[in-house]
Each structure stands twice: as C-alpha cells, then as structure tokens.
Ligand binder design. Structure first.
Ligand code: PLP
Length: 352
C-alpha cells in the first residue's frame, strides 16, 4: 500500500505524528534514559521470580486495588479513590488527555518539556500549544492562561531541563486555569519538594508519577496519577481495565511496601552523584543547568557530533538539537559514579 493511501485511512492528526524512537542501541555505559542504574528493588525481584502460574494464565485485577493501597501508603495516606494506575505514566497521561479534552481542544505545554505530550495530544485529536520557557527555565503563567487551553501540562522537575516550576507560578495556574492542570512528577523523588499538598487546593489538579525512574522498574511499565476522586474516576474510564499486568502488580506492591529504604538510599546516591557531576562539568568549563532530577542537561556546541563520538566510545547519553532557549545539549542520566566518571572522561576527551 502506498504511503499516501495509508495516511488517508488514519485520523488527519496522525499525519503530524512520527513514532517515538530515540536511539536505544545497546551501549556499555547507558546514561540515556533516566532509569535507576543501581538495579531492581530486591523484594520486587523476588516477587517476579516467585510469580504463580495463575498470574500468567488468568487476567490480572481490573484496576489493581492492591497497588493503589500500596501507593497511598508510600505517599503517607492518600486514599485509593484518589489514585489511578496505568501501563507506565505514559498510559495515564494519554488517558487523562483523552478524558479531559475533546478532539479539537488544546493542551498548553512548556517548550522544552516531555516529548511524548504533543504526541499523545495529536493521537487524541488534541492540539498541543507549545509555550517557551521564560528566563532561567521558569514557566511564565501568562501565555498558559491566555491560551485558554482545556488542559495545562506542567512537568516538575522538567524533562529535559531538570528545573522545577516555582510555587507561586503553579498556584496561580491552578487557581486561574479554565480546566485541568496536569503536573508530571516523574522525577519528584529526586527533588527538594513536590506538589502533593496542592491536591487539597483544587479538584482540578492531576499529579502523575511513575515506578520507572526512582523505583527502577521501567521494564514493568507502572505509572499512576493522583487527584480528586471525580477526576480520577474519569481517567480510569478512559484508561480501561487490565492495564497493569499481574507480574508488574505483584512487583509494585512488593517494592512499595518492602523496599522503600532501598529506593531512598539510591535516590540519595543519585542526588549526591548529580551534584558531583555538575561540579565536574563546570570544571570542564561547561554550564550545566542546575537540576532537581536524576539527570543533568548540559549545553554543548554540536550535540549530534558529540553524541556520535561518545557512542563510538561505548557511552550513550540523550542528545538534543536546537532546544528552544537552550540550543544543542546533552542530557546525561545519573548512575553509579563509575559509570558517570567514564562518561565524563569520554566527554572531556571528545571536547578536546
Ligand atoms: C520517563 C517519563 C515519564 C514516563 O514514564 P513511564 O515509564 O511511562 O511511567 C513521564 N514523564 C516524564 C517527564 C518522563 O521523563
């Protein structure tokens, strides 16, 4: 079938979407995807290895109440009716966009921010409005409010800048936005603060989180959102049943109830190594952006060429070209210091 006839069969908005396909080629040292490079929480690994046959032959629980309870406990007592899970927080974000915007509506998104959001928007017939970050990578609330977008998406700490949205800005957006405000907290565990208390401020706040980053379980695909029960019910409808598989469900409950000190310990190491990485990058006369996540964005003259040279040395990072307000840059994940060190000395060599 020719490409043009394929395109005519699909939704018109799909013409502007290409497959999300970052370079995932294996590398000796892979600092490209912000996952937990210290490994799997041990109780989660045990749960996977001891999974019963029935967890393969039977359907998993519809909406994984046990995982909701475990998440609620981890977060200090959030009730299950304020929690919805999904196949990664990607699934939760996609479902939320579908639940809160009609085809033709708009979603306001900072630029740069999480690359999947404009894709999920278009897949749901929703138009992404990209709003440049202001000075120091802060969110300027005015254009977000002026857009009258049905959904405002914020990411804090923001991928790929690593910066957080300041309190007064978030509060103003929550108070004045016409619709739902999504706050993507995929990296909240690595930051000094978070937005959980804002759930009380407004029933229009939806916070998304994941077990893919701090919890080291990206391969299992478990994410969740927190919000007012009425909001959560709509996301759960949009998401549909059986989205968290039975093995992932067992592993998530185990990690969230038995391995919190394991997670906290590695989060602490990630934060220490992040600060150490920033110091070394500055010593190399680069200007890394101060980060509250488990990665650092560092502007460089030619990201594609440098990425290529690093790959030739067995090192993977995430290159960005012509990021708005930043230019070319490398996003480097934080891991055990031996790996970070190998990456930094290769980078020093490449930069000459
Ligand atoms: C990694 C990431 C996610 C997606 O994580 P899942 O693996 O789908 O849970 C969501 N938002 C941001 C900003 C991310 O960087």
């Amino acid at each position: 079938m020719s490409q043009s006839s394929t395109l005519e069969l699909a939704r018109a908005s799909y013409r502007e979407v290409s497959l999300y396909s970052p370079n995932r080629a294996p590398a000796r040292v892979d600092l490209s995807d912000n996952t937990n490079l210290w490994g799997v929480p041990p109780a989660a690994a045990r749960a996977i290895h001891s999974a019963a046959t029935a967890s393969i032959t039977r359907y998993p629980p519809l909406y994984v109440e046990d995982v909701k309870k475990a998440i609620g406990g981890y977060l200090g007592g959030i009730p299950p009716e304020m929690i919805v899970t999904g196949c990664g927080s990607d699934d939760v974000l996609d479902s939320a966009i579908r639940a809160f915007a009609e085809p033709g509506d708009r979603i306001a998104v900072p630029d740069p921010s999480f690359a999947m959001i404009p894709i999920f928007a278009r897949l749901n017939g929703v138009e992404p409005i990209l709003i440049p970050l202001a000075d120091k990578y802060e969110v300027d609330p005015e254009p977000f409010l002026e857009s009258r977008a049905k959904i405002i998406y914020l990411c804090s700490p923001n991928n790929p800048t690593g910066t957080v949205v300041s309190r007064p800005v978030i509060e103003r957006l929550i108070d004045e936005a016409p619709g739902v405000v999504i706050i993507d907290e995929a990296y909240a565990e690595f930051a000094a603060g978070n937005c959980l208390d804002l759930l009380k401020r407004s029933p229009k706040v939806l916070i998304t989180r994941t077990l893919s980053k701090a919890f080291g379980m990206a391969g299992l695909r478990i994410g969740y959102a927190l919000g007012d029960p009425a909001l959560i019910a709509e996301v759960e409808k949009s998401r549909g049943p059986y989205k968290v598989n039975a093995i992932a469900e067992r592993a998530a409950v185990a990690a969230l109830t038995e391995d919190l000190s394991w997670v906290a310990r590695h989060v602490q190491q990630a934060i220490e190594n992040r600060e150490r990485m920033v110091r070394v990058l500055r010593d190399m006369r680069l200007s890394p952006i101060p980060s509250e996540a488990n990665f650092v964005l560092v502007p460089v003259p030619n990201a594609v060429a440098i990425d290529q040279a690093l790959r030739e040395r067995g090192i993977a990072v995430r290159p960005f070209t012509a990021l708005r307000g930043v230019g070319d840059a490398l996003r480097i994940s934080v891991g055990p210091w031996v790996e970070v060190e190998e990456c930094l000395s290769a980078l020093e060599e490449v930069l000459g």
